[in-house]
Design a protein around this ligand. Structure first.
Ligand code: GDP
Length: 382
């Protein structure tokens, strides 16, 4: 695999907002330099460690990001879908690269099981931001960190064990984010009929996926729409209104709504700010104390009378009027984002091994913790 330059399309065909290609092997830099045109710069080669925005020479409208990861390792990111990645792959082949299938390439890099897992996870990444974090793990961020922690533990000093515990805790803190690099966060909106749930989803997604009707109670099924909020993959679900109803169809919709709502990564309760705050509103808010409260229809005059608890003010009909909800969701789902190059575990077994290591350390058994981490490094987590 090291003879001459080769190219691999890392992301699956036709999926996601971004496609990533790896150009590697002897001569990879020269091949990319011959095909990439950096924006606002006459410089041909992208220095190691740098990311450069520009376009692909054979296809001037194709915007790409080139990332020079290391000697003989260049990544090219372009728009998702089949066309852009194919144009880039074809021109790399014309320039002398061998095109290697993703599966063949995976099979050839089993030397680092965590890197191989990162490649597989990459196929499921839906956004560039998620893909970038997984690519960092592919390039050794997680395995390097685990190796250093195991070294610290094996050295056997108390100070070393305490530093190792701190670093393991930092890894464990990415549990929620790590698991959502390969599957979207589930956000569920609920509330009484006609408060604007479907309209808010439309506003967040930016196109009319959910259907809005003027009659209350028309959203009977769970309607989902996928989007990215600040680059994080999110699936938004609308529910039947959580209001009492004798209509049997509505009732089964409500049951489904409650089930979806209680298992969501973020629960959003939407209220109509143009109507007086009611006893039913109070009951709903009290039932879900950890939900994000949204007062929608803020473009309409306030009704006067009792007001609800503090929350996010939105308007689904005003341009940008759902922005405050997008911010509140990101704050809730990803309160802290990893720095570029940070180690982030991204599957359940990696996380289980890290948590097991922490538990061993808490029992004072640093050597066992090191063994857990070495096993993860040699066998991977899947
Ligand atoms: P749902 O039943 O909660 O999903 O409510 P819909 O999204 O179907 O909206 C019900 C009605 O309220 C529709 O006529 C929407 O156009 C209207 N609506 C939704 N959001 C707003 C808003 O922020 N401001 C105003 N003025 N009308 C809204």
């Amino acid at each position: 695999m090291t003879l001459g330059p080769y190219a691999v399309v890392l992301t699956p065909r036709g999926r996601g907002a971004v496609a990533s290609l790896l150009v590697a092997g002897q001569g990879a830099e020269q091949v990319v330099a011959g095909l990439f045109r950096a924006a606002g710069s006459s410089q041909v080669a992208v220095p190691i460690g740098r990311i450069q925005f520009g376009h692909w020479a054979r296809s001037p409208r194709e915007q790409v990001v080139v990332c020079h990861k290391g000697p003989d390792q260049v990544e090219v990111h372009c728009h998702g879908g089949t066309v852009a990645a194919q144009v880039i792959a074809d021109s790399l082949v014309e320039a002398g690269c061998r095109l290697i299938s993703w599966h063949a390439w995976c099979a050839g890099s089993q030397a680092d099981p965590l890197a191989a897992e990162a490649q597989q996870a990459l196929a499921l990444a839906r956004t560039e931001r998620a893909a970038a974090i997984l690519l960092d793990q592919f390039h050794g961020a997680l395995s390097g960190e685990l190796r250093e922690i195991a070294d610290l533990l094996e050295a056997g000093s108390t100070a070393g064990a305490s530093r190792a515990a701190g670093r393991l805790r930092q890894l464990a803190a990415w549990k929620r984010l790590g698991s959502h690099l390969t599957r979207p966060f589930r956000v569920v909106l609920a509330g009484r009929p006609n408060v604007g749930k479907s309209s808010l989803i439309n506003a967040l997604v930016g196109y009319p996926r959910a259907i809005v009707f003027d009659q209350p109670g028309t959203t009977r099924d769970i309607v989902t729409a996928s989007t990215a909020l600040e680059g994080w993959p999110v699936e938004l679900a609308d529910t039947a209104g959580l209001a009492a109803s004798s209509d049997p169809l509505e009732t089964s919709g409500m049951r489904l709504a409650i089930e979806h709502f209680s298992t969501a990564d973020a629960r959003v309760l939407v209220f109509d700010a143009s109507r007086p705050w009611s006893k039913e509103d109070d009951d709903l808010a009290a039932r879900w104390p950890d939900a994000i409260i949204v007062h929608n229809k803020s473009d309409l005059p306030p009704p006067g009378g009792p007001v609800g608890p503090a929350g996010v003010s939105t308007s689904a009909v005003v341009e940008g009027g759902a922005g405050s909800l997008a911010c509140a969701l990101v704050e809730h789902l990803v309160p802290e984002a990893p720095a570029a190059g940070a180690p982030v575990p991204f599957n359940d077994r990696q996380m289980a091994a890290i948590e097991q290591g922490l538990a061993d350390l808490e029992r004072g058994n640093g050597q066992q913790a090191a063994t857990d981490l070495r096993r993860l490094l040699s066998q991977g987590g899947s």
